[in-house]
Design a protein around this ligand. Structure first.
Ligand SMILES: CC(C)(COP(=O)(O)OP(=O)(O)OC[C@H]1O[C@@H](n2cnc3c(N)ncnc32)[C@H](O)[C@@H]1OP(=O)(O)O)[C@@H](O)C(=O)NCCC(=O)NCCS
Length: 285
């Protein structure tokens, strides 16, 4: 089989979108988990945005001139993020995914990123095996949580929308928790109006770019995250990702009516600091 790789472009979304939809649908249906995308057009819409972004590298795989898969490397942080990677179900398990992953890893090496990260569906044996063989380490089991807004306030922890004046304090907090900041992502979220901060004793002790699938949050303590989660009006996407080992926070969320919809795994290669504080990763970290 003659597999060739080339950079992606927005017009590839027309073919890669349906492949992305079918690839995730096939594995989810097989395991009786909810589908990642409600329709092929939704997947195509997401991929057309990713193909168009300057801070995301994209790569497309072709077999004999026919597109069979795509992958993305998010380059807007000192830790690069991989995904979504999807292969046409008709040609899965014949090394196309390995080629697309190796290409993203090459790109990350050339860009001198300190590390690479991804989140995989924990029930998917093949992706877990492939990423582990390629050198990714399992860092954290995650639970995807979804449900109605909790609408709970934590006394002494005030949540408000974030603004650009909060960036410095938020970045310092992220460095304390993760060892590096995620300033560009936070700035994007502030501009889009999705970011929130929590203040305790008159200073910022936590922030969220969004409490949802594509957002991350950090806090000095679980109380900060409870305040941020409690103030969220919805949990966009599949839900938000909560480190399952954080039993106190998970119990609190379950006690407030949220449901676990899917187990996932945070994996990384290169620089990874064991978080020193409370955190919610995004699907790209
Ligand atoms: C996950 C996915 C991208 C992998 O691509 P692929 O082309 O099917 O996978 P490959 O053939 O390149 O690699 C699979 C590897 O896992 C190994 N493998 C598969 N199932 C395995 C199992 N149950 N136990 C151990 N190893 C397994 C294969 O032997 C192969 O190893 P090798 O590269 O050393 O030969 C693709 O299957 C896909 O699109 N899946 C649906 C969407 C999805 O889940 N995307 C990932 C989101 S994180």
């Amino acid at each position: 089989m003659n597999v060739t790789l080339r950079p992606g472009s927005p017009k590839d979304a027309e073919t890669c979108g349906p492949i992305c939809y079918e690839a995730f649908k096939a594995i989810a249906d097989q395991h009786n988990f909810p589908r990642d995308f409600s329709a092929s057009e939704v997947a195509a819409g997401l991929l057309s945005q990713l193909f168009a972004r300057d801070d995301i590298y994209s790569v497309v795989a072709e077999v004999d001139g026919r597109i069979v898969g795509s992958n993305f490397l998010w380059e807007n942080s000192m830790i690069a993020g991989v995904g979504p990677i999807t292969i046409d179900p008709a040609v899965q398990n014949v090394a196309v995914g390995r080629r697309l992953m190796e290409d993203a890893m090459r790109r990350a090496r050339e860009g001198r990123f300190a590390g690479i990260r991804l989140v995989q569906a924990a029930y998917h044996n093949r992706s877990l095996s492939l990423y582990t063989k390629l050198g990714f380490d399992t860092r954290e089991p995650l639970s995807t949580l979804q449900g109605r807004a909790i609408e709970v306030e934590i006394p002494g922890y005030a949540v408000r929308p974030a603004n650009e004046g909060d960036l410095d304090a938020c970045n310092k907090l992220c460095v304390r928790v993760h060892g590096h900041d995620r300033g560009p992502e936070l700035l994007d979220a502030i501009k889009q109006g999705t970011a929130t901060v929590v203040e305790h004793h008159g200073r910022i002790t936590g922030y969220a770019t969004m409490v949802g699938f594509f957002g991350h949050a950090v806090g000095e303590s679980n109380e900060d995250l409870k305040a941020l989660i409690g103030a969220a009006t919805e949990f966009p996407g599949r839900g938000f990702l909560l480190p399952t080992r954080n039993s106190d926070l998970l119990r609190w969320c379950l006690g407030n009516g949220l449901r676990v919809v899917q187990p996932m795994t945070l994996m990384s290669m290169g620089l990874y600091n064991e978080p020193c504080g409370a955190f919610l990763p995004s699907v790209i970290y």
